[in-house]
Design a protein around this ligand. Structure first.
Ligand SMILES: [Zn+2]
Length: 274
């Protein structure tokens, strides 16, 4: 039994075959997906999708959508979190965070705007008693500062790729770190080392589908130039990604499944594993 703690099943890449994709994941043993929303326009859809497939969802504004987001979206988020308070499938605020990799998001104005939307969402998470699902890209230290300021004590730093020290700081705050397809690349030396050094209790698994294809789905620029489509990641890949991590850590797949499921439930307390 596996939980994909970060899967964008609402993405347009799945429009043609979403139900089949979810069913394939189910067949592969993925009993739950957590579907984080990226902007206000998708909130109803992620809730409906979670309902339809027995999954869970989060509501938030992703940093990449901060340029077009409105301050009114934060009021709408507060309202949506209130209205859906009793929905057992709503397990977190997210996807929120900070992205200091994309150049357009790194201007002084945009950095400030990202910080505004991030901390506003943290305050809503605090107000509604929910954990947060964080997008971390060259932003771990500022994310941590926000979590401390807003006294957030639970959540997931998704697709984590920072230092050991930063990882430990998230763990100390009560967070788990999400690992996925990036682990499957032999050249991910630092990340692989981190995934082995951290206590198992710090780790949750995710695909970030349709993004971050594992190594076996990846097409190089040369292959793409010859007409190969970039592999679309899907939640059914989770057990195979887990197998890579189990091999690196020298634990059995069963133990990794049990531990990662337990961890996901600890940091997302409303999540029902199966
Ligand atoms: Zn995401």
């Amino acid at each position: 039994m596996w939980i994909d703690t970060h899967c964008h099943l609402d993405a347009a890449e799945f429009d043609a075959d979403r139900d089949a994709v979810r069913e394939a994941a189910h067949q592969a043993g993925v009993t739950r997906c957590v579907i984080p929303a990226v902007h206000a326009g998708h909130w109803p859809q992620v809730a409906q999708l979670a309902e339809r497939h027995g999954d869970a969802y989060a509501l938030g504004i992703h940093p990449l959508y901060v340029p077009q987001a409105q301050e009114a979206d934060l009021l709408a988020l507060d309202r949506a979190l209130t209205e859906r308070r009793d929905d057992p499938r709503l397990v977190a605020v997210g996807e929120t965070g900070l992205d200091f990799f994309v150049p357009e998001l790194c201007t002084p104005d945009m950095r400030e705007r990202q910080w505004f939307f991030y901390t506003a969402q943290l305050k809503l998470a605090q107000k509604h008693g929910l954990p947060v699902i964080l997008h971390v890209r060259r932003s771990a230290d500022l994310l941590l500062k926000g979590l401390r300021q807003c006294r957030i004590t639970s959540g997931i730093a998704h697709a984590f790729n920072g230092s050991h020290q930063q990882a430990q700081a998230f763990v100390d705050l009560g967070f788990a770190l999400g690992f996925g397809g990036t682990l499957t690349y032999e050249r991910s030396l630092q990340l692989r080392r981190l995934a082995c050094e951290l206590p198992l209790s710090a780790i949750v698994l995710e695909t970030d589908a349709p993004d971050i294809p594992p190594q076996w789905l990846y097409q190089t620029a040369e292959q793409r130039a010859l007409g190969a489509a970039q592999g679309r990641n899907s939640p059914a890949e989770l057990p195979r990604i887990a197998q890579v991590l189990a091999g690196l850590r020298g634990v059995s797949l069963a133990d990794l499944a049990a531990a990662s499921t337990h961890n996901a439930q600890r940091v997302l307390p409303k999540l029902v594993p199966a």
